[in-house]
Design a protein around this ligand. Sequence first.
Ligand code: PNS
Length: 187
Amino acid sequence: MSKVSALYPGSFDPPTNGHLDLIERGAKIFEELVVGILRNSEKSPMFSLAERLEMLKTLTAHLKNVRIEAFHGLMVEYAKSIDATCVLRGIRAVSDYEYELQMALMNRKLEPTLETVFMMPADKYSYVSSRLVREVAQIGGPVKGLVPEVVEQKLREKLEPAYKFHDEMQEATARSSGAREKKRKRK
Ligand code: PNS
C-alpha cells in the first residue's frame, strides 16, 4: 500500500488539548500528518498565525511524522498541493456532526479523490473548543487542563489585565466571605 498522507485543517485559535489528542491519534495511523492552520483574513483571531504556528510546532515536536503549516484558500486545493489523500477532522459530539457532514460532502464535491476521516478525541475533551477556551480566558477564568501549558501561559500573557482583575475579584470575595463567617461565629 502506498504512503497515506493526511491533512488536519483548522483554525487552532488557540490549540486545545482536544486538538493535540487528535494529532497524536492521527500520527499513529497516517504515515504523514500535516496540521494546516487556516490563514483566515475574515475573522480577527486571538492569536496571530505566527503564534499559532509556533505553539503547534512546540506541542508536536515529539511527533516526527507531523508537520505544521499554514494555508489559505480552498482546503481541498491545499490538500492536493501537498499530496494529502485524506482530511482528518475531529467529532466531539453529535452536535459537531451536521456541520462536519456538510463540510465533508462539499469537499468531496470539490475534490472527489480526497477522503475525510473522522476521529473522536478522548471523552474528557468532548466539551473543549477553542471558542469556549477563548471565552473563559477573556474573563480571566481558569483553562488548566483544557489547553496545553504553553498555550495557558500564552493566554495569561495576552490577557493579563483580565486575569489580574479576575484574581483580585476572587480575593475580594474570599475576604468578604471570611469576614461574614467571623461575624456569624461571634453571634
Ligand atoms: O477549526 P475550524 O475553524 O472548524 O476549521 C474549519 C476549516 C479551516 C477546516 C474550514 O473552514 C476550511 O477548510 N476552510 C478553508 C476554506 C474552504 O475550503 N472552505 C470550504 C469548506 S467546505
